[in-house]
Design a protein around this ligand. Sequence first.
Ligand SMILES: *Cc1c(COP(=O)(O)O)cnc(C)c1O
Length: 338
Amino acid sequence: MTKLISSKIGDEWIADLSKIKQLKAYANGSNNKDFHARWQAAKTTNKRKLAELVKEECGVDFPLDSMFDVQVKRIHEYKRQLLNVLHIIHLYNRIRRGDTADWTNRCVLIGGKAAPGYFMAKRTIKLINNVAEIINSDPEVGNKLKLAFLPNYRVSSMELIAPATDLSEQISTAGKEASGTGNMKFMMNGALTIGTYDGANIEMLDAVGVDNFFLFGLKVDEVEQMKTHYDPQSMIAADEDLKAVFHLLESGHFNIEEPGIFNQIIAAMKDPHDPWMTVADFRSYIEAQQHAASAYRDRQHWTRMSITNTACSGFFSTDRTMQDYNNDIWKLNPMDLG
Ligand SMILES: *Cc1c(COP(=O)(O)O)cnc(C)c1O
């Protein structure tokens, strides 16, 4: 993809990332058919490399024409890997009830380390692995949905992951993520973001525009307001899809031989004092995911949004950040290095 970008705008963008905005001129597909085809081909090549890693590490097949939907980051309740799992179980329920008109095949990859003593984080990893086992071995699911948990997520795996991702999951509870940096790596590599109004997602949204970003969920002030009367159990009762997801979880469908192991996770999500308000954003998240899935089926539209994301990522350069710090705070004079 680097070579492809340089073939259009030269290679100065590599040392001066502000120049990557020149790529915007090539985002329109009707005038740039060849460039769009090569953009898609580069993405597919990168997806093949990630699929090889996933096969090796997880034993799961990721078909290359599926949407690659990725959440990699430390496992923490505020980063809401659990919200992602609720969506995956919802998709699984849709397949089971035959609700698959206009379906977009999806491969979900989740990765991240948990601190050794962080019980809920470790148990979240266990849940992801158990749900993956059930989904991937169900012949009725087939290529419609795949799920893999990648062990030992680290920088060298991110080097393969970010270039191969179609949809980047940035779904923290608003107010909890200071910035995030994974979000920027994905954007630069032409992934679309599904995300809450939190951390650097806010600046990314500003840079790329709301038409090129799948925004959902409560904003910081709405989270604060809801705290006084948050009632997840009524929300579950009032939403047929969410009710079905909890019913499946509580029935032990994903832990037949390990009774009760997800009780603490289920209880945490149903607790009115859940600080992460996982359940509150479920409906909004499902709708944003549905938008992403339909958008992915229009390949020309998706490619235009993908190129636009890369073209608008220049603001997230460390050099620009340092320059701003110097202008506003340090006010140091540049040194002549001779
Ligand atoms: C970028 C990166 C992170 C930080 O990810 P966030 O989504 O910002 O939390 C953590 N670990 C690795 C290996 C990374 O590459």
